[in-house]
Design a protein around this ligand. Structure first.
Ligand code: G3I
Length: 365
């Protein structure tokens, strides 16, 4: 359900002018899916040299990496800060991008006050529902008709398929997802509404997500897509596991959006297999082995991994709306700081000099 069908048509007109080194990802994949990137404050404010031209050449979709999360957009009760959001939407419109809002209801980057009374005791369910509704009305409403898709609810399930015991769940119960989606539809009926999560390749987690989404739809709730975040590693999960997730989501009747693609190349302490942002290990050479550059054989493995993933997504392009990378280039990846702060990671398709990693086109052919 792309809302800008003219976009693909326009891109097709330009494709014949793109050759050799100048070839952009968005042109290469124009018949398959949109190619997106997460963007952050310096990039939307025009304060990062080269970011705008990289965006123009390679990407036709943008997602707000942090700036539309609750803690940033409504840091205090009724105090909204739209400096990022306004610049983000203007940037997307300038580039005729498919613009993705991230995210309305999440347990991370949501201030404690949201779930508490002024005295600091837990909020009652009616008051929390009111806060959720007001937040969605104010943030989504400001950009209604201009942001094409929203990650309405983010990461409501644990990897084993049980409900995450977040304050949303604890205070409002399972119904908080339905409440968020109903309100989102009311505020912008045209927007593509997404449930977004990581490790969707895990069967138990996927089953829980799809059961929830089908149940919502059976109750007349608009829920269009499942976002598979796609925080992968060099050799894990397997292509077969990812493919099964794509086909299962499609068979259940939902669009597939790959919303946060990256590939971690660094060793990971054994007990940090999920995406728990509280984990932090003291930086040491053991956990930060490639400070002076990525060895050639690892880079080759990374490029092949990306090509394999993109070919898999192409194979299922009839089910896929979008593939978004979680950052424009290695210098901007969250994986430089998780699960160990201050590392040098190489998780994206563009290096710190904003060059496409060598060998990618060769691997694609
Ligand atoms: O902006 C402050 C800066 O002023 C301060 O000096 C610095 C000190 O730590 O922190 C900076 O804020 C950081 C922020 O990113 C901006 O860089 C936060 O500490 C850090 O926690 C935050 O991390 C973000 C993370 O979500 C937090 O939840 C990552 O950038 C962002 O990529 C990541 O994105 C999430 C998706 O939203 C949901 N799916 C998982 C994905 C990866 O965790």
């Amino acid at each position: 359900m792309l809302r800008k069908p003219f976009l693909l048509f326009t891109l097709a007109l330009f494709s014949s002018f793109q050759t050799g080194e100048e070839k952009g990802l968005k042109i290469y994949f124009e018949r398959d899916f949109l190619v997106g990137t997460a963007v952050n404050l310096p990039q939307v404010m025009g304060r990062e040299a080269g970011a705008d031209s990289l965006l123009a050449l390679h990407f036709n979709s943008i997602t707000a990496e942090n700036g539309l999360k609750w803690a940033l957009v409504q840091p205090k009760p009724d105090q909204f800060d739209f400096a990022f959001g306004d610049a983000f939407v203007e940037l997307g419109e300038k580039h005729q991008s498919y613009i993705v809002g991230h995210t309305l209801v999440w347990h991370q980057q949501t201030p404690k006050w949201v779930f508490q009374t002024e005295q600091g005791s837990p909020l009652d369910s009616a008051s929390l529902a009111q806060r959720m509704y007001q937040h969605i009305e104010t943030v989504m409403g400001r950009y209604a008709g201009r942001i094409q898709a929203w990650d309405v609810v983010n990461e409501a399930f644990e990897d084993d398929g049980t409900w995450r015991k977040s304050p949303w769940f604890t205070i409002l119960g399972e119904g908080f997802i339905e409440m968020a989606f109903r309100k989102a539809e009311q505020i912008d009926p045209e927007a593509v509404l997404i449930y977004n999560d990581y490790n969707v390749w895990k069967p138990e987690k996927r089953a829980a997500i799809l059961a929830m989404a089908k149940n919502l739809r059976a109750n007349g709730v608009k829920i269009d897509a499942i976002g598979m975040q796609g925080h992968y590693r060099l050799d894990f999960p397997s292509l077969a596991q990812i493919e099964k997730a794509i086909t299962d989501i499609h068979e259940a009747g939902f669009e597939v959006h790959v919303t946060e693609l990256d590939v971690d190349v660094l060793p990971r302490p054994s007990d940090s297999d999920g995406a728990d942002l509280n984990i932090n290990f003291a930086a040491s050479p053991k956990w930060n082995p490639y400070v002076d550059g990525l060895p050639q054989e690892v880079e080759e493995k990374l490029v092949k991994r990306y090509a394999d993933l993109m070919k898999l997504f192409q194979k299922h392009s009839d089910k896929m709306q979008r593939v978004t990378f979680w950052g424009m280039h290695d210098g901007r990846s969250w994986l430089n700081n998780w699960p160990v702060r201050g590392r040098t990671n190489y998780a994206l398709l563009f290096d710190r000099d904003k060059r496409l990693k060598k060998g990618f086109w060769e691997e694609m052919n």
